[in-house]
Design a protein around this ligand. Structure first.
Ligand code: NAD
Length: 480
């Protein structure tokens, strides 16, 4: 048996960040993962490959939009082998970089399926017949970063490769004539966009009464309007109640607000959420307290119910986002080093990388209202932005959620091209407790879309000049 001062279980964006920082702080670190390459789901079969495919979809979309400007590139010719190879190159470059970074830091990397034996030991089993070199590894401290996996629907269990999760879909095994996407959340809409742009007729079924449940409805509306043109259908309040193989295709039985119906699709993509991997590492065996959803319960210092074990990222609760995991990984290391650092962000940004993108951070308008908070909402429509007009991005808008009594910004929502990049500034403002006047008083570069953050603030302050909002009174100005 071997031992390590710190073991990090899981090499995703949370786990590798924790391992690298712990090594930089002088701790002796072992990083254990099932995969032969570092980066976890995000890098190998999530955020990065999906963004590579969405980049292609965006360029195809932009090229089509240029027809209105008198520029016609014709119908795109898509070479799937080359598309896959290019995507793989992106992944290989990043994961290769991580491997180098691990070596430089003397982080020992072990490929194995790990399970807890007790609160100080892991059992290591071979993956794909590859001997990990050790059967057990003991540790003084452990950071559990074992992530999550796609939820499967039993109704599709017998369909083999005809029913994909994001894992298979990101390999783009083919471009099916028709694709049923089950679930109108992040993955369903991002990958639905990719497949529809590559040429599939995409239908989305969503169980709730709207796409992207939980996101402010006004932010979803411009996206839904575009998706209704791009997709063959969007069926809300609809469930899949049965499925059977018909030759090379799938007959799906749906039950929705318009009653029961059936339809045949070449392939199905199941994107109904993810579940934590706490069961796969034997968390319960060592008495790690779990939430009813199976997440490992942690306190604000990311400490689990078992001394010496911290948990971060998807396995430690919502939101299941890579950047949250990375920050938690670093916080866990600081706590291992004896600093008392709580993980208490005011804002965790979220981005749906569709066309247009939707991004939000901090408190959403709908959450503020359901909590009964006294807020003001300031909106700047992109139709009034010169940059949006010049780039065909006019269906976006930027809105701030502002605390009525203090004037501090509590949250921000943006829909439009590049919203995911714009939300960074808003996140900094919320995190720093900025006043809306700080945002309005900040000189933004012209002509850009980030200007809309300043302009939305000016709408609130009654200082906007690019749109006309009649004022009830001008009392108090210039009156000495
Ligand atoms: P999700 O929670 O975003 O969406 C799942 C959707 O499926 C929901 O709208 C839900 O109402 C619906 N649904 C559930 N059961 C259903 C059923 N039986 N029939 C029809 N609809 C059903 O989950 P996801 O899209 O699978 O993504 C999983 C997680 O991965 C996300 O929560 C997110 O944290 C992460 N993710 C993030 C990004 C990003 O940051 N851009 C992208 C992809 C995934």
């Amino acid at each position: 048996m071997d031992q390590s001062e710190v073991v990090v279980l899981g090499a995703g964006p949370g786990g590798y960040a924790a391992a690298f920082l712990a090594a930089d702080e002088g701790l002796q670190v072992t990083l254990v993962d099932l995969e032969s390459r570092l980066g976890g789901v995000c890098l190998l079969r999530g955020c990065i490959p999906s963004k590579a495919l969405l980049y292609v979809a965006r360029v195809i979309h932009d090229a089509e939009a240029l027809r209105a400007w008198g520029v016609d590139f014709g119908k795109p010719q898509i070479n799937l082998d080359q598309l896959r190879a290019q995507k793989e190159k992106v992944i290989a470059t990043l994961t290769g970089g991580l491997s180098q970074l691990a070596k430089k830091r003397n982080v020992r990397v072990i490929r194995a399926r790990a399970q807890f034996v007790d609160a100080k030991r892991l059992r290591l089993e071979p993956v794909d017949g590859q001997d990990p070199g050790l059967s057990e590894l003991s540790f003084e401290r452990l950071i559990l970063a074992a992530g999550s996996r796609a939820i499967r629907l039993s109704v599709f269990d017998h369909l083999g490769e005809l029913a994909m999760t994001s894992r298979e879909a990101l390999d783009v095994p083919s471009v099916p004539d028709s694709l049923l996407v089950v679930g109108g959340g992040y993955i369903g809409l991002e990958l639905g966009t990719v497949y529809a742009t590559l040429g599939s007729r995409v239908t989305v079924v969503e169980m709730t009464d709207g796409l992207l449940p939980g996101v402010d409805r006004d932010l979803v509306r411009p996206l839904e309007a575009r998706l209704r043109k791009l997709f063959a259908g969007i069926l809300l309040e609809t469930k899949v109640v049965g499925a059977e193989r018909v030759g090379d295709a799938v007959k799906v039985f749906l039950d929705g607000k318009n009653g029961k119906e059936s339809a045949v699709f070449s392939r199905v993509l199941v994107a109904v959420g993810r579940r934590p991997n706490s069961d796969l590492v034997g968390a319960e065996r060592i008495g790690l307290r779990l939430t009813p959803q199976g997440f490992v319960d942690v306190d604000e210092y990311l400490q689990t119910s078992v001394p010496g074990i911290w948990a971060i990222g998807d396995i430690a609760g919502q939101p299941m986002l890579a950047h949250k995991a990375t920050h938690q990984g670093k916080t866990a290391v600081e706590n291992i080093l004896g600093e008392r650092v709580p993980f208490q962000p005011r804002a965790i940004p979220a981005v749906v990388f569709t066309e247009p993108e939707i991004a939000w951070t901090g408190l959403t308008e709908s959450a503020a209202k359901s909590q009964g908070r006294e807020i003001d909402v300031a909106v700047f429509p992109w139709g009034a932005s010169g940059r949006a007009q010049a780039t065909g991005a006019t269906d976006g808008f930027t809105k701030w959620v502002i605390d009525r009594s203090s004037g501090r910004v509590l949250g921000c929502g943006i829909v439009g091209a590049g919203a995911g990049d714009l939300i960074g500034e808003a996140t900094l403002a919320v995190e720093m407790g900025a006043h809306i006047a700080d945002v309005g008083g900040t000189i933004h570069p012209h002509p850009t879309l980030c200007e809309t953050l300043g302009m939305a603030a000016e709408v609130h302050l009654g200082l906007a000049t690019d749109i006309y909002r009649p004022r009830a009174t001008v009392a108090g100005r210039g009156s000495g």
